[in-house]
Write a protein that binds this ligand. Structure first.
Ligand SMILES: C[S@@+](CC[C@H](N)C(=O)[O-])C[C@H]1O[C@@H](n2cnc3c(N)ncnc32)[C@H](O)[C@@H]1O
Length: 222
């Protein structure tokens, strides 16, 4: 269960999606490059499953050190962008709805999920957590990154809030098409509360532009 029309929105946005990563803002670029360094250390020699991989921005970064990456996304247009990239390890890209696909049980060291958590409806966190945990080996890790409002432009952060407390934001593509998408923002304390209900938090960094976390299922898996 994702936000209402996210698939349609990201299919239309695929060709221009990666512009978010190349903003001319040194502080923002510094945060991204620090995260990239930490991520390459985290996945070194690991078997990675990446969900909602989009245009493969983080796939390429992880491929510098990972052993292999299985990367999936629902949008063929996003996968087409990812396929244009050169990767440093074995990378398999394929189309899948992460809420409706089995990625196998206990096969992966790391599950990576970039810029999805903010689109996940608040009332369905457990559904997401279940699907993140299932493919992980015992003591496997989940890595997530997402953004805070300063990483976006325009800064207008809300056009409505639903009965579950989900925030919606209007986004306009370069062709003028406008979409309303579910997009939640979090402070550090709220992230801690959400993740600690289900996971041991190995790291949780909340900076100006981005937040990221590394999570392990509580007590590992039997
Ligand atoms: C914000 S983008 C993130 C892309 C990439 N992970 C990144 O960090 O750059 C969200 C991605 O989720 C994908 N998506 C939307 N619904 C999905 C679903 N149900 N299953 C898998 N991917 C989905 C979209 O196609 C889009 O590529």
């Amino acid at each position: 269960m994702g936000g209402d029309n996210l698939e349609e929105y990201y299919r239309a946005r695929a060709a221009e999606y990666e512009q978010i990563y190349y903003r001319d803002d040194p502080a923002c670029q510094a945060e991204l490059s620090r995260e990239a360094k930490k991520l390459t250390r985290l996945v070194e020699g690991k078997k990675v499953l990446e969900l909602a991989c989009g245009s493969g921005y983080w796939t390429r970064i992880m491929s510098r050190t990972a052993a292999s990456i299985l990367a999936s996304d629902i949008a063929p247009e996003m996968l087409a962008e990812a396929k244009k990239k050169a990767f440093g390890c074995e990378v398999s890209l394929f189309k899948a709805d992460m809420f409706d696909h089995s990625f196998g049980d206990r096969c992966f060291d790391i599950v990576a999920l970039g810029f999805w958590f903010s689109h996940q409806p608040r009332q369905a966190y457990d559904q997401l957590f279940d699907l993140l945990v299932r493919p992980l080996k015992k003591n496997g890790l989940i890595w997530m990154i997402d953004n805070n409002p300063p990483a976006e432009w325009p800064l207008k952060t809300s056009c409505k809030i639903d009965s579950h407390g989900n925030n919606y934001k209007e986004r306009t593509l370069s062709n003028g098409e406008t979409y309303v998408v579910l997009k939640n923002y979090f402070d550090l304390l709220e992230l801690k509360a959400i993740f600690s209900s289900r996971f041991d938090i190995q790291s949780l960094r909340h900076h100006t532009y981005y937040w990221s976390t590394v999570l392990m299922q509580k007590g590992g898996r039997p």
